[in-house]
Design a protein around this ligand. Structure first.
Ligand code: NAI
Length: 279
């Protein structure tokens, strides 16, 4: 099976790695040549580290990278069985790529999107193959996280869905099945949970450290909600929280003012050196 991956950033390079590691031929495509070079280095380092940890031959690790073709062109994706899109989270940009692929790829090719919450139904409707468009939502870091959410748009066919469920299984990951809805399942539950922790902080009920300690020791979470927010990036979290509120129009998803305030101040979490914690 030949797998195409579009976008070689945080998620795309991880997806290319796990696919090549499972033995698939992979084409990794990005408009940015430097992003592809960075992806090749990242994959090389990560596979090397992983194989060392697992006690596997390092010569085998180089074979993983050799199974990936790095390109700035879409044309090598023509005969792919599945193309997984992992470019920026903007509907119009994703639609443009899907329409271009629709004209280029053979009829058999399934288009999967790694979107965090944009509508799979809308993406599918922008092509002439809505039955072969599906959501495949990986989690960060891709080589470590076990879950892939598989999302069915209104017109996703049973055949498409089954091919993707089997693909997820074949790379050693677990799937959950979801009907297209804003933020799917994990983030739909996680975002209001993190938001609530920020409200609790904003209302002066407890300190950052005590809120996180409370959820770690009282609810057995491996990481506190505010530390997790800093990891995700507060700008990303704000964007996703706003999407959930807009899409549902439900005030229970209101965005905590303190989150907005931190983003406006440029305190974005780990990536900027300061969020709810100092780094
Ligand atoms: P990123 O910014 O790290 O990488 C995006 C890559 O796409 C960049 O290298 C960029 O050059 C490339 N790109 C942009 N437009 C393109 C085009 N038209 N054709 C080819 N390449 C193009 O982004 P990241 O974080 O990897 O996110 C990608 C997608 O995955 C988004 O939809 C995001 O919502 C989703 N996602 C992100 C997660 C995360 O934790 N970062 C988790 C799960 C999903």
């Amino acid at each position: 099976m030949k797998i195409g991956v579009i976008g070689s950033g945080t998620m795309g390079n991880g997806i290319a790695q796990v696919m090549a590691d499972a033995g698939y031929d992979v084409v990794l495509c990005d408009v940015n040549k430097e992003a592809l070079e960075r992806a090749a280095k990242t994959i090389n380092t990560n596979v090397g580290r992983l194989y060392k940890k697992q006690g596997k031959e390092l010569a085998e690790a180089t074979k993983v990278l050799a199974r990936i073709e790095f390109t700035t062109e879409l044309s090598p994706l023509k005969d792919a069985d599945v193309v997984i899109e992992a470019i920026i989270e903007k509907m119009d940009v994703k639609k443009k790529v899907f329409q271009e692929l629709d004209g280029l790829c053979e009829g058999k090719t399934i288009f999967a999107s790694n979107t965090s919450g944009l509508s799979i139904t809308e993406l599918g409707a922008s092509t002439d193959r809505a039955d072969r468009v599906v959501g495949m939502h990986f989690f960060n870091p891709v080589p470590v996280m076990k879950l892939v959410e598989v999302i069915r748009g209104s017109d996703t066919s049973d055949d498409t869905y089954e091919v993707i469920i089997e693909l997820v299984r074949s790379i050693g990951k677990e799937s959950i099945s979801i009907v297209d809805a804003p933020l799917f399942v994990v983030n739909r539950i996680l975002v209001p949970f993190i938001n609530e922790a920020i409200f609790v902080l904003g209302e002066g009920i407890a300190s950052v450290e005590d809120i996180d300690k409370g959820m770690m020791l009282g609810a057995n979470h491996p990481i506190g909600p505010l530390a997790l927010a800093d990891m995700v990036g507060l700008d990303t979290l704000l964007f996703v929280a706003e999407t959930l509120l807009e899409e549902t129009g439900d005030s229970k998803y209101r965005v905590p003012p303190l989150l907005r305030k931190h983003v406006r101040a440029g305190h974005l979490g780990r990536k900027s050196g300061r969020g709810f914690y100092q780094y």
